[in-house]
Ligand binder design. Structure first.
Ligand code: UN1
Length: 509
């Protein structure tokens, strides 16, 4: 099929060509098979990419190893300057990058821009942290002794990201890992390879300008599982950060942990938003709409379950179904569109087959429910379904815009429903009751990693640690103390005196 490359002038601005090399270690190369990525709004190919082979991967690792001495010796605040410069350069291209995210991934342009903004934000944050983070000095029980913690770089790390945030999640990892002194190899989702290449082209310019060894930001694109497998099995990678499905995450976890590597796992979510009878209904309904329909239901933080108190149930259902009828579905690059296409045709299948299963389990579609397929694209109607809280399908993550509405009768009841799924990423409670709000965030409240009050389940800021429990994998990226995962901790006891007191009072003479 003919490439649609020429229809999108902003691609040129990003250095994307009709044909692109998909491997980078300071230079662009690639000797694997060619593949194309497609625009999910019409399923037409955009541009060609040459993927990497096992030998190409090996070359990247060798190049990364060669950076270690110089990069680890660079002071952390200097590494922070590089990260700041990367953020500033990315910011200059926020418009074309946002458009590329919309084109290749399918999210609407405001969300595409937002994703690039998130990349910039984490660079800002990491740069600031590069002047403040470090270990603690501890009181030693021995006289004239110091005990302290020092944090050293891990070395080489692998970053595997998903299609739904093809730039920001790389940024979360890269910004922190780079200030921590590591070299990384990034494998983005194959279907968003142009996003990976565009970001890496920008970073490449900054690396060269700042005169740092460029292989610290290596990239390998390629279809199939083989590159990912190499990466997770590679003992030279001290850490693998993986964002994706729980299914593949299990494989990553088993493989990396069996070689005693570290993981950061950001897996499935099944996020609930609870609306209590004392909630600001207007705010809650708007939040549910953004949380359930944003990114066409393909954020890991997407609201999939709306748990509504029986006293406001009818009102919420009525308002929300009315709002769903006004959602403009269409090209994500078009102004005013709220819902773009699903990312792939297999996601469309997940949607249509999911709805069949939902109905076979007693669920009823009360809004949406149709595959549209306009212009040959993966367009579906965002859908609302009423269903019992404990049906098997409700416990699974369907990565499509299907929202379950579930009735509850009390806060206890709502928390129970919130926690009864195997995933534990994000959750929100809408209430004006301060007692319930604190109960919600406490030990007998939500069991998720993200526990919001009067805020949607999605759209987290970079300053807070991002991740969740149970099948979500337990990892934390972005803010908080996530940086620690990218470093190895050293505990040092230092004797500056002239005697040798032993701990625990041991006398060994
Ligand atoms: C993801 O869906 O993988 O909180 C990440 C959010 C975004 C990140 C989502 N800041 O929705």
């Amino acid at each position: 099929a003919e490439l649609t490359f020429k229809d999108y002038p902003f691609l040129k601005e990003l250095g994307i060509e009709e044909e692109n090399e998909g491997v980078y270690d300071g230079e662009w190369f690639g000797s694997g098979e060619y593949f194309t990525t497609v625009n999910p709004a019409n399923n037409k190919p955009i541009a060609r990419i040459r993927g990497g082979t096992a030998a190409d991967y090996e070359r990247c690792i060798k190049s990364m190893q060669a950076t270690t001495v110089e990069w680890q010796a660079t002071p952390m605040p200097k590494r922070g300057e590089l990260v700041r410069a990367i953020g500033q350069e990315v910011q200059k291209f926020i418009e074309p990058l946002g458009k590329l995210v919309s084109l290749e991934m399918g999210k609407i342009l405001v969300e595409g821009r937002g994703e690039v903004q998130e990349f910039v934000d984490i660079c800002d944050m990491a740069q600031g942290m590069s002047r403040t983070i470090g270990g603690q000095v501890l009181p030693s029980e021995r006289p004239e002794h110091f005990m302290l913690e020092n944090w050293n770089p891990l070395g080489l790390i692998g970053v595997i990201t998903a299609f739904n945030f093809p730039m920001a999640v790389c940024g979360w990892n890269a910004a922190l890992s780079l200030i921590c002194g590591n070299a990384q190899i990034w494998k983005g989702a194959t279907t968003t390879s142009l996003c990976s290449i565009a970001i890496t082209k920008i970073v490449d310019r900054v690396l060269k300008k700042m005169n740092v060894p460029p292989a610290i930001f290596s990239l390998i694109c390629g279809p199939g599982r083989s590159i990912g497998e190499l990466l997770i099995q590679d003992k030279r990678l001290a850490l693998v950060s993986f964002t994706g499905s729980t299914n593949i995450g299990t494989r990553v976890s088993t493989s990396v942990h069996s070689r005693f590597g570290r993981t950061i796992l950001e897996l499935g979510g099944n996020n609930a938003l609870i609306i209590m009878d004392d909630a600001d209904i207007d705010m809650a309904v708007r939040s549910a709409l953004f949380a359930a329909v944003g990114t066409c239901g393909q954020r890991c933080t997407t609201c999939r379950r709306l748990i509504v108190h029986e006293k406001v149930y009818d009102e919420v259902v009525d308002r929300l179904t009315r709002a769903y009828k006004t959602i403009k579905i269409g090209s994500p690059l078009e102004e005013g569109v709220l819902c773009g296409p699903l990312h792939t045709q297999s996601a469309v299948k997940e949607y249509t087959e999911g709805l069949k299963r939902i109905q076979s389990e007693g669920g009823k579609i009360i809004a949406g429910g149709n595959f549209l397929g306009t212009n040959g694209g993966n367009f579906v109607e965002p859908t609302i379904v009423t269903i019992e809280h404990d049906k098997p399908i409700v416990k699974e993550e369907l990565f499509v815009p299907i929202l379950y509405i579930i009735k509850c009768s009390s806060i206890e009841n709502a928390i129970l429903y919130n926690n009864e799924v195997p995933q534990g990423l994000s959750s929100s409670l809408f209430t004006r009751n301060v007692g319930n709000a604190f109960k919600w965030i406490g030990p007998s409240g939500s069991d998720c990693g993200i526990v919001n009050v009067n805020v949607p389940t999605n759209g987290a800021e970079v300053g807070g640690a991002f991740g969740g429990e149970k099948e979500t994998g337990g990892g934390r990226e972005s803010g908080g103390d996530s940086w620690k995962q990218y470093m190895r901790r050293v505990t040092s006891t230092i004797n500056y005196g002239k005697s040798l007191p032993l701990a625990q009072g041991i006398n060994f003479s």
